[in-house]
Design a protein. Structure first.
Length: 130
């Protein structure tokens, strides 16, 4: 009887941990932060997110070398869209997060939370705002 009880408890713990992992993955990795220039969108590490003027709804036009400098905000297995946040498939098959249909990116020139060195770059890149 004790062995069966221990097995049931262990199975329950395993299921619980699996559910916690799924819930942890499912959270949208974007939040809003207040700055001197107003509210901006940031990733889980509080790094500034950007949008690209050449993108269309749920379609990234930043590929190849562009995507090396402007890193797509990747969506992972188990992530789920919620509210204004969507997930779409890029042309290379990777999944990317979008806000209100606009693909989201990180800029490789930003070094610390609060940096927004890519804002206005080339007249095409803007800090993502709610």
């Amino acid at each position: 009887m004790k062995k069966m009880l221990v097995a049931l408890v262990a199975a329950g713990i395993g299921i619980g941990l699996t559910m916690l992992a799924l819930v942890a993955n499912a959270a949208v990795p974007v939040s809003t932060e207040q700055t001197a220039s107003g509210s901006i969108l940031v990733d889980e590490n509080r790094m500034t997110l950007y949008t690209f003027a050449r993108d269309t709804a749920m379609t990234s036009n930043c590929n190849g070398k562009c995507a090396e400098r402007w890193i797509p905000l990747e969506a992972f297995e188990g992530d789920q869209a919620e509210g204004d946040y969507q997930i779409f498939a890029r042309s290379d098959g990777a999944k990317q997060w979008a806000y209100k249909g606009k693909p989201l990116y990180l800029y490789d020139g930003d070094e610390s939370p609060g940096d927004a060195k890519g804002d206005g770059m080339g007249g095409m890149w803007k800090v993502a705002r709610p």
